[in-house]
Ligand binder design. Structure first.
Ligand code: XIL
Length: 336
């Protein structure tokens, strides 16, 4: 990656010292991070759910520990995320919060204070922020609303305020809108919704620098369809970069759907599928950073989020459950 002017990195969790988890307390896991990564992102610890136990307080302890590790090892950091714009991903208190007699003022104050406080704490270590995460409903119905955005007066002004506040607080940082619209068939409405949002940002002069491509890929098991998917994906990325946006691969992993349980066959299918995706995506000079969403199958979130259903364990990441590199490692390395 470095020889091409790119950066590879990964998400990491916080974890207690010695625990068998995919986090910074696990030397077997941090060995992988240190070997492969030039940049880290906190898998959960910078989200509102973790930073904001109550409306009046912040808890930075675990996020601080991840940032400290990156600093000690000379790794850059991405920040994820200043606003995950969905009720289920806000702290539980948010849904019933009383914004008082002037909700627009109180809501705007809460959002700006949050963003200013988090950015002030982690600048200059964090040079790229997922300012807003997953605001677009993938079914094509538009933007989500939360209690906070209703108080402020709607999703659009809320997202604009988030980006404007972030720009003022971190003028040199890359500001990213991050979402999971992917290249697989069935995501047309989601991609269209994201394009519409990005157009709106440009029209209103909202300071957004890049689109975060989460890249939680899902194998379809139809090799013949790959060229069509690549063409479709290129059209999308052309439209995004045509508006002047940069690109970041923010959360790469692969869900091995419709591939046989045999790990050897599955790993090969996953690697080929990912290579086809990365070849197109990395052909854009607007892209510099590629981050995996965790480095070992042993700890990947995919197992809990969407198990395979045939009892075979998920194999979504570059290293297997015993920390051995898989064909996906080779595919990513070759694509970089
Ligand atoms: C996931 C984490 O990996 C899980 O540990 C957590 O329970 C839920 O969130 N899109 C995102 C990430 O932007 O923040 C999500 O991370 C995965 C999907």
């Amino acid at each position: 990656a470095r020889t091409r002017g790119l950066r590879f990195g990964s998400a990491t969790a916080w974890s207690a010292p010695g625990a068998d988890r995919g986090g910074i307390g696990n030397p077997r896991y941090t060995a992988l991070l240190e070997r492969d990564c030039g940049i880290l992102v906190a898998e959960n610890e910078m989200k509102w759910q973790r930073l904001r136990p109550t409306p009046a307080t912040f808890d930075f302890e675990r996020a601080d520990a991840i940032v400290a590790l990156a600093k000690a090892k000379g790794m850059a950091m991405r920040g994820h995320t200043l606003l995950w714009h969905q009720t289920k991903w806000m702290p539980r208190w948010e849904a019933t919060h009383d914004f008082g007699p002037r909700p627009a003022t109180a809501g705007a104050a809460m959002l700006t204070q949050h963003i200013q406080t988090v950015i002030a704490r982690y600048a200059p270590q964090v040079a790229s922020w997922d300012v807003v995460n997953e605001a677009v409903n993938p079914n094509g119905s538009g933007l989500y609303e939360t209690a906070l955005s209703r108080a402020i007066g709607g999703a659009e002004p809320t997202l604009d305020l988030a980006f404007r506040t972030a720009r003022a607080a971190a003028p040199g940082a890359q500001l990213v809108y991050n979402d999971y619209m992917s290249w697989e068939p069935g995501n047309d409405a989601h991609r269209a919704g994201v394009l519409k949002l990005l157009e709106g940002f440009r029209k209103r002069g909202t300071p957004v620098d890049a689109l975060g491509l989460q890249s939680h890929l899902v194998t379809q098991g139809t090799a013949g369809g790959i060229a069509g998917q690549q063409a479709e994906w290129r059209r999308f990325l052309d439209a995004v970069t045509g508006m002047g946006y940069k690109l970041v691969v923010t959360e790469f992993d692969v869900r091995d759907n419709r591939l046989p349980a045999d790990p050897a066959i599955r790993d090969r299918g996953v690697a080929d599928y990912a290579r086809a995706y990365l070849d197109v995506t990395l052909s854009y000079r607007q892209l510099r950073d590629v981050l995996a969403w965790g480095l070992s199958d042993r700890y990947s979130w995919i197992e809990g989020f969407e198990p395979r259903g045939d009892k075979a364990r998920r194999r979504p990441t570059l290293y297997d459950r015993d920390f051995r590199p898989k064909p996906l490692y080779g595919a990513v390395a070759a694509a970089l």
